[in-house]
Design a protein around this ligand. Structure first.
Ligand SMILES: Cc1cc2nc3c(=O)[nH]c(=O)nc-3n(C[C@H](O)[C@H](O)[C@H](O)COP(=O)(O)OP(=O)(O)OC[C@H]3O[C@@H](n4cnc5c(N)ncnc54)[C@H](O)[C@@H]3O)c2cc1C
Length: 274
């Protein structure tokens, strides 16, 4: 096989099996790889690509795998929730594709945004913006089955963008340990951002959710401004926060949680999309 950059349409190895439109410029793409890609864990992402003829190159981007709560767990289809970025290189072309069209998927499950070993004394909090809900959909059922408490928070601009809201609401109605908190920012009314639920103690005060390093893991995915990833001084390990009042800052400073690293397990897990 030639290097990735030389790949063209001859190397397409997957078919768009189904497209479910959610809102303007937001769709769920169900992809069928020619050969199943093994080794998927909740939280993994894949890299997909389309050949850009005018620049003679394969444009590839990473996408978290998602999972509708109603989907057949034995299906070999890969589910992606994708938003069109108008000035982007890949998504405008992807949104012109139709069912039956072909594309490239790197045949490897990727990523380190993965669940810790779950136990029945744990609280898992999922916090996402936009399409960042995807990896949490793949993690949700395992956490609800195994953990004491699960909080699913997601923030979008318009309620039509809450792709899985009705499924999550129905699931939360059945499972008393699941709290679903959808937040919408552009439809009038009081704006509340996910970060404020932590920095202002809203989760504790209004929803009685206890957050502490011994029992809580927080997963944050999507917009870097929500996550607020700090810089770490290599020598001293000191953290500096360029984004003020982000989620990570509140979790470290108010609740004493620490950032998860492969060699130093912690309770704050994040995946930033750009
Ligand atoms: C690990 C990982 C998983 C991801 N999973 C998903 C996913 O499940 N669904 C999804 O839609 N995207 C996801 N993304 C983002 C995705 O990889 C692309 O960056 C995005 O689709 C834009 O691609 P593009 O080529 O159209 O635009 P690009 O040419 O790559 O980007 C154009 C500009 O848009 C900005 N941008 C990128 N994504 C967004 C966005 N969502 N909203 C606003 N601005 C953005 C970029 O910073 C850049 O400035 C993920 C990114 C990472 C790193």
């Amino acid at each position: 096989m030639p290097p990735e950059t030389n790949k063209n349409e001859d190397y397409y190895n997957a078919t768009i099996a189904k497209i479910t439109p959610i809102a303007d410029g937001l769709s769920i793409f169900h992809l069928k790889p020619d050969e199943p890609i093994g080794g998927q864990l909740p939280g993994h992402y894949v890299s997909i690509g389309l050949f850009d003829k005018s620049h003679n190159k394969l444009v590839r981007r990473p996408y978290s795998l998602s999972q509708s709560l109603t989907s057949d767990p034995d299906s070999n289809l890969l589910e992606l929730l994708v938003i069109r970025v108008p000035e982007g290189d890949l998504t405008p072309a992807l949104f012109e594709r139709d069912t039956g069209d072909r594309l490239f998927i790197r045949p490897k499950m990727l990523g380190t945004y993965l669940l810790p070993e779950l136990d029945d004394d744990m609280t898992i909090i999922f916090a996402s913006t936009g399409t960042g809900v995807s990896p949490h959909m793949t993690m949700l059922k395992a956490c609800v089955d195994k953990c004491r408490q699960v909080v699913m928070m997601e923030c979008v601009r318009y309620s039509a963008e809450l792709a899985y809201a009705s499924q999550i609401q129905a699931y939360a109605a059945e499972r008393s340990n699941l709290l679903y908190l959808p937040l919408v920012t552009r439809e009038g009314g009081a704006k509340r951002y996910i970060q404020e639920f932590f920095s202002e103690g809203i989760l504790e005060q209004e929803h009685d959710i206890k957050i502490d390093a011994a029992h809580t893991h927080v997963f944050a995915c999507g917009n870097p401004a929500m996550i607020g990833i700090p810089r770490e001084d290599r020598k001293t390990g000191a953290l500096s926060f360029n984004v003020k009042n982000g989620l990570v800052e509140a979790l470290i400073q108010k609740y004493d949680l620490s950032i998860h690293k492969p060699r130093r397990p912690g309770e704050i897990h994040f995946e930033k999309y750009w």
